[in-house]
Design a protein around this ligand. Structure first.
Ligand code: C5P
Length: 218
């Protein structure tokens, strides 16, 4: 494939989104926030009253998601759902629908369509293992659960949501377990992934590490 892709996979709240955005900005590449597609599927199901166990209907919702991205915002039909997608309940719903093979299948082609010149930075759980296995650089980003819960807490407070750290820690451990233990594209590092633990790194240091790996490989 001519168009380069840089993959960033890792667990919940490891900072993938921020890292992906900043790396993409530095390279002048597009971004794919693949978690947003699973979140949008969960949100659309909630709005349409579709049960999160109904694999067939969820897959057809996913295949026809009226989703588009514009200026860093995310829309379902004409509605700006950027903030709604971030809610904890939607994240939990996303991880439930993401375990269903037909839903993953339905979103596969849509994810490939983000690969456009001059390049793409894709973040999620299976970017390097399932969606872009030919990617030039696969980063597996981790941080301790305590650090991740702390960051998520700060993020939510800044957005004006209330949250408690113990509850967040429990939720993210639950979500990690579900993502790792499912049989469809479980969360795990690709064989050729570079591991980056950012528990004690600031964002600038993480961005620089990824850009160094990227230029070494090119
Ligand atoms: O990354 P984010 O928290 O937005 O993802 C929400 C959920 O979507 C994750 O917990 C995971 O279950 C699912 N997901 C996935 N594969 C991806 C991206 C997200 O299964 N590539």
């Amino acid at each position: 494939h001519d168009v380069p892709v840089l993959c960033i996979d890792g667990p919940t709240a490891s900072g993938k989104g921020t890292l992906a955005d900043q790396v993409a900005q530095r390279l002048g590449y597009a971004v794919l926030d693949s978690g947003a597609l699973y979140r949008a599927t969960a949100l659309a199901a909630q709005c349409a009253g579709v049960s999160l166990q109904d694999e067939e209907r969820l897959a057809s919702l996913a295949a026809t998601l009226p989703l588009h991205f514009d200026g860093g915002r995310c829309f379902l039909d004409d509605e700006d759902v950027t903030d709604a997608l971030r809610a904890e309940a939607v994240g939990q719903g996303a991880s439930t629908v993401a375990a269903l093979p037909k839903v993953r299948q339905a979103l596969h082609q849509l994810q490939l369509s983000f690969r456009r010149v001059p390049g793409l930075v894709a973040d999620g759980r299976d970017m390097g293992t399932a969606i872009f296995p030919d990617s030039e650089l696969k980063v597996f980003l981790t941080a301790s659960a305590a650090k991740r819960a702390e960051r998520r807490h700060k993020q939510l407070m800044e957005k004006g949501f209330s949250a408690n750290i113990t509850g967040l820690l429990r939720d993210l451990e639950e979500r990690d377990a579900r993502d790792k233990n499912r049989s469809a594209s479980p969360l795990k590092p690709a064989q050729d992934a570079r591991l980056l633990d950012n528990s004690d790194l600031d964002i600038e240091a993480s961005v620089n590490q990824v850009l160094t790996w990227w230029s070494e490989g090119r």
